[in-house]
Design a protein around this ligand. Structure first.
Ligand SMILES: NC(=O)c1ccc[n+]([C@@H]2O[C@H](COP(=O)([O-])OP(=O)(O)OC[C@H]3O[C@@H](n4cnc5c(N)ncnc54)[C@H](O)[C@@H]3O)[C@@H](O)[C@H]2O)c1
Length: 324
């Protein structure tokens, strides 16, 4: 019998673990790869993956993909019908400091995955889709808002530069070797298991500790926030949709909110007014982000379903339970 599975890199991360949960719940066989590196507490990553790891349809491969041999990578991909490549060094601000990690985990790692996918593109091969987690950070200070995929990429952080390189590589492998790539540009993802360096997670932990929320800049910067379940819906759709191969598709929440307005919603969710402390703007943060999601609606049938208030409530409940 032909065994077809789904390969998820970065399986123990924030978004990857939700994707594995959804795939296994849908009855798929999933192989998840993660190296549990200490860019943030690996214990949190183990917690993310704990439940799905007990499911017999899920196999965890605890490896750093960049150190795997070609043979090992080929074996990993042998049964993969779909590859979701999410493993990366995420985070804008830290990318000024540990640039080597960003180059290795965003560019070199993606290149290794694409080379292996290229080798898997044999007539008898099973690979029908390679979904890349790209990012709105490649737009930087976008020339138009909301920003369409045709807008010029102008990243303002080393993270954005390395992710743009990864995305361009993936599109090259699609155009030249037929690797069936679709690149999803995700906009500020939030929800349960959000990385501890990300804004809402930091805000909620400050609220729990009774500490002021640190706001970089004047608070009038705007973001298009995307709830993680909406991202997963887009990822699942991109594995089967027609006409997406070789395409870049924005995945945003569908609304743009200022940080000050987010903080008002956070006060509501937390049930009290949380003190705000303004600090200087951070280098690498785009001033505004807003996704034009017309293409995602058309090609993926994408329609973000979760409001900011609903999503923040879900993240708050998770964070309270996890620090209890
Ligand atoms: N979270 C967001 O708002 C957001 C926005 C846009 C794009 N993205 C992209 O989505 C993807 C997932 O982001 P996340 O927020 O879940 O990050 P995350 O850090 O929680 O997950 C990434 C996972 O990849 C693993 N990993 C890194 N290098 C590896 C290697 N060499 N071998 C094996 N595993 C490795 C890490 O251990 C981690 O568990 C990334 O590609 C990121 O660039 C995230």
């Amino acid at each position: 019998m032909t065994r077809v599975s789904i390969l998820v890199t970065g399986a123990a991360g924030f978004i990857g673990s939700h994707l594995c949960d959804a795939l296994v719940a849908a009855g798929e066989r999933v192989v998840g790869v993660d190296d549990f590196n200490p860019n943030y507490d690996p214990g949190l990553k183990r917690g993310n993956i704990a439940e799905v790891d007990s499911n017999p349809r899920f196999t965890l491969v605890e490896r750093d993909v960049t150190t795997m041999s070609d043979d090992e990578l080929d074996a990993l991909m042998r049964d993969a019908g779909v590859i979701y490549h999410l493993a990366a060094q995420a985070g804008v601000r830290a990318s000024w400091d540990d640039f080597d990690a960003y180059v290795r985990r965003n560019i070199t790692l993606t290149h290794r995955m694409l080379e292996a996918a290229r080798r898997a593109m044999t007539p008898s091969g099973k690979l029908r889709r390679f979904v890349l987690a790209s990012t709105s950070s490649i737009y930087g200070d976008a020339e138009e808002l909301p920003t369409a995929e045709t807008s010029r990429p102008l990243p303002v952080s080393p993270y954005g530069v390395t992710k743009l390189a990864a995305e361009r590589l993936a599109l090259l492998y699609s155009a030249n070797f037929g690797v069936p790539v679709v690149a999803l540009r995700l906009f500020s993802v939030y929800g349960p298991r959000q990385r501890p360096d990300m804004g809402f997670n930091l805000f909620f932990r400050s609220a729990i500790e009774g500490a002021p929320i640190a706001i970089f800049g004047d608070g009038r910067q705007t973001r298009d926030f995307t709830y993680v379940a909406d991202v997963i819906a887009a990822m699942l759709a991109s594995a089967t949709a027609d006409r997406v191969i070789g395409e870049v598709v924005n995945v945003g929440g569908g609304h743009r909110v200022s940080l000050m307005d987010v903080l008002d919603v956070i006060d509501d969710v937390v049930g009290r007014s949380v003190e705000r402390r303004f600090t200087g703007a951070m280098k690498g943060d785009a001033r505004h982000t807003a996704a034009d999601i017309t293409k995602a609606r058309k090609l993926l049938g994408y329609s973000p379903a979760i409001t900011l208030a609903q999503g923040l409530r879900a993240e708050w409940q998770w964070i309270r339970a996890s620090v209890a």
